[in-house]
Design a binder for this molecule. Sequence first.
Ligand SMILES: Cc1ncc(COP(=O)(O)O)c(C=O)c1O
Length: 320
Amino acid sequence: MLAAIREAAGDIWKYSDSEHLSLRKALADHHGCGIENLMIGEGVDGLLGMAVRLVVSPGTKVVTSLGAYPTFNYHVDGFGGVRISVPYSHDREDLEALLAAVQEHDATMVYFANPDNPMGSFWHEDDVARFVDALPETCMMVLDEAYCECGPAEAFPAIDRFLDRPNILRFRTFSKAYGLAGVRAGYVIGEAQTIAAFNKIRNHFGMPHLSLVAAEAALADQAYLQSVIGRIRDARDEIARIARKNGLSPLPSATNFVAIDCGRDGAYSRAIVEGLGARGVFIRMPGVAPLDRCIRVSTGLSEDIELFARELPTVLQALD
Ligand SMILES: Cc1ncc(COP(=O)(O)O)c(C=O)c1O
């Protein structure tokens, strides 16, 4: 993949293909859908911004989960939408409550991440399909599957399942398991006319050439992707083991991080995050109660995890 970027570097004086045809064809082959079902953008975040812009204007009602991945909220707020936030239930986004909120408020958009950030939970594909079936057609579903490569296959409905539904958009990225966060490449999959609507508002010179080349090379190397997924799994197990050894409770994770229940309140978790930060270990934590009883530790190289294992006991002792 790095070789592909190096080779393409000499071409950067040209505009890239604004239709992103080569990457869209490769993704269409990979997923078994049409290129008309795919739009490329600057990561999921960039595409979320466009999806929100398509349907949200001042006063539009949007349902999301309290404490879910926050960038979506920034876009909604930026376009003047009115957010209705539904609490998590048992550390998962609450599908039933999300649907009830959509119905009660006649919402125009709903956000759901499967698997979710920050807790790393997932819903089974049958539950996702039930949600989609019950969703009013007037409500656009933003199904954020940024972590799909890290999660179990049973969480993800087949790609062709919702392609005839104009109100379902599925977002994927090269930032996570593909390891290309810096190239800012993601894609949205959906019904052809809904996808075509992105053309009305997107940047018409399109994605940077090197990002397109990097993403296509990464997609082509599925063996490498599988090896990374294996390493993510091992790192998750190791982080969970370290947590347990220190008297903390790791939550199951379908992502590339592990949420660890520290058993007390948000102030305690924050003190752990800050204590580790002061010792050179950058981790994060959920923003709202009761999720904020957890810290969130990303998988990484073994030396990163060893550092976490070394510093965590010192930080915990200092807090007792
Ligand atoms: C649920 C979720 N969606 C989207 C993103 C951002 O993805 P991208 O880098 O493709 O913008 C993240 C990043 O942490 C995330 O956790």
